[in-house]
Design a protein around this ligand. Structure first.
Ligand code: ADP
Length: 483
């Protein structure tokens, strides 16, 4: 008998299931494993082992702290299965701490810490776990160093060393999200479902019980001649009974994307940004004219169509150094700094000889390569970040290697961002401001502002606030305050 046990133990030892070290027995796990957090009502959840992270974390939402008999608790919801937001579990846990945690992107976030038993293979022990609504890793749970203590070794090459699970079986343990009775049928009209912003909007809508559908702009087509306006989708499906549309149109799709949005408007769907306001925001010159109409401060800007006016234009904006912008440029790509009048003249004439539309702008040197992005929803700034250009550049765009950081904006900056959004007629906008010696000035207004930087830095659920803006509008209609 003893002999048999010894053989069994040796087999386990050699197969790597148990390793004996100076600190006792360790279990070997792969980079991903099924775990159980039974006390929370989570019998099976896939976790990623990450010895680089100190604390373990759970991707939770609807996080609400409360007190009971003098003890602190937190209630939260979780989608325990990866890539599945139809399955939901409501949990509650005892709060043992509130801690600042640095996420994988380096941002610091305040999180609730709960203590609960973790089951991995045959073993169960207490761990501390933080709750976050960040879902950047895709895994619903991350197993950090502290939880592993001296019990676990990670084999980074392996997966599911403690066994695989049948997800259909697991699903039965959890309840399904029932779309709320007042759940809306919402389309996300965009191009790439894998983009962070689009994933977050889909997730935020589903979490709130709405019927979310991703529609690729390229695959939609319209029937304009029929007595009833129609939009069909690849394969012929007729997209009807749509409550709301969230247009997230990439610049290269502006023309067609706005046409589709208009068609949905004609069908009676509520579009979070109106097609007209999107078209306005995409025309840099037109939006600057609208801002100037509303007396909003911006850098002195000049525009002309004929090459003979080049010198006059340079003079108009106060001479070099100055900034030349391609009207069709995005993400800072068509923005050039000319240090001298001679350089400015050559660049302007070169662009003109290519028949490119440009505008010429006073260079705000004192901004030192920094600008501010304010995210506006429904006439409120819901978050703002500062962006700083990479060394040697003056353009703060994140796509060009700029770095984002938290910023506290002034009352004047808040006002200017809100007024500018109104002037263009947008409900949701990213307003770029630059701090000049004469106060804040608007650089541009974006009708499909990215969510990643702003959510990461501010820790705010901006996607959720976009969905709530739609919900509020439907509530106003129901209560007769809006048509
Ligand atoms: P894009 O739409 O391509 O992002 P922007 O007009 O926003 O173009 O300019 C890109 C970046 O260049 C801005 O974020 C800002 O950092 C910098 N920039 C733009 N205009 C000026 C200016 N007039 N003075 C100083 N910096 C500027």
């Amino acid at each position: 008998m003893v002999y048999l046990l010894a053989i069994l133990y040796r087999n386990l030892y050699e197969s790597g299931d148990i390793l004996r070290g100076s600190m006792g027995e360790k279990i070997v796990i792969g980079k991903e494993e099924w775990c159980g957090l039974n006390k929370l009502g989570l019998p099976a959840i896939k976790a990623r082992g990450d010895s680089g992270a100190r604390t373990s974390s759970l991707h939770a939402f609807n996080i609400h702290p409360y007190e009971e008999n003098g003890r602190k608790y937190v209630s939260f919801d979780i989608h325990p299965l990866q890539d599945n937001r139809k399955v939901i579990q409501s949990c509650r846990g005892l709060v043992v701490d509130r801690r600042e945690v640095k996420s994988s992107s380096g941002e610091v976030e305040q999180r609730h810490v709960i203590k609960t038993p973790l089951t991995l293979g045959e073993q169960t022990w207490d761990i501390e776990i933080t709750l976050t609504n960040r879902d950047s890793m895709g895994y619903r749970m991350l197993l950090g160093r502290e939880a592993m203590k001296e019990r676990i070794l990670i084999d980074p090459e392996a997966s599911f060393c403690r066994g695989t699970r049948n997800t259909e079986e697991i699903e039965k343990n959890y309840r399904k999200v029932m779309p709320k009775r007042e759940g809306l049928r919402i389309l996300l009209l965009a191009s790439n479902p894998k983009l962070y912003s689009n994933k977050r909007i889909m997730e935020a809508g589903e979490e709130r019980g709405h019927d979310m559908r991703f529609i690729n702009i390229q695959h939609g087509y319209m029937n304009i001649s029929s007595s009833q306006p129609e939009v069909h989708y690849r394969g012929g499906e007729w997209l009807k009974d749509i409550d709301a549309v969230i247009p997230r149109i990439r610049p290269s799709m502006t023309y067609y994307g706005c046409a589709l949005t208009r068609q949905f408007e004609a069908m009676g769907a509520y579009c979070l940004n109106h097609s007209d306001s999107i078209s306005r925001s995409r025309d840099k010159l037109r939006s600057l004219q609208l801002l100037s109409d509303s007396r909003i401060a911006m850098p002195t800007t000049a525009f002309a169509n004929s090459p003979v006016d080049t010198k006059e234009i340079i003079k108009m904006v106060g001479g070099a150094p100055l900034v030349i912008k391609l009207l069709e440029g995005t993400q800072g790509k068509g923005v050039v700094l000319a240090e001298t009048s001679k350089a400015a003249e050559s660049v302007i004439n070169a662009f003109k000889s290519l028949h490119a539309n440009i505008l010429v702008q006073e260079f705000i040197k004192e901004a030192q390569g920094k600008d501010i992005r304010c995210f506006v929803i429904d006439g409120k700034v819901v978050g703002s970040i500062q962006r700083e250009a990479a060394a040697g550049d003056f353009r703060a765009n994140l796509h060009l290697g700029g770095k984002a950081s938290p910023v506290r904006i002034t009352a004047q900056e808040r006002k200017i961002a809100i007024t500018a959004t109104k002037a263009i007629g947008l409900k949701v906008a990213g307003v770029d401001l630059i701090r000049s010696k004469d106060g804040p000035k608007v650089l541009e207004i974006n009708s499909s502002p990215g969510l990643e930087g702003i959510e990461d830095i501010t820790g705010k659920d901006v996607a959720g606030q976009m969905i709530e803006s739609i919900e509020k509008r439907f509530r106003r209609v129901r209560e007769g305050q809006e048509t």
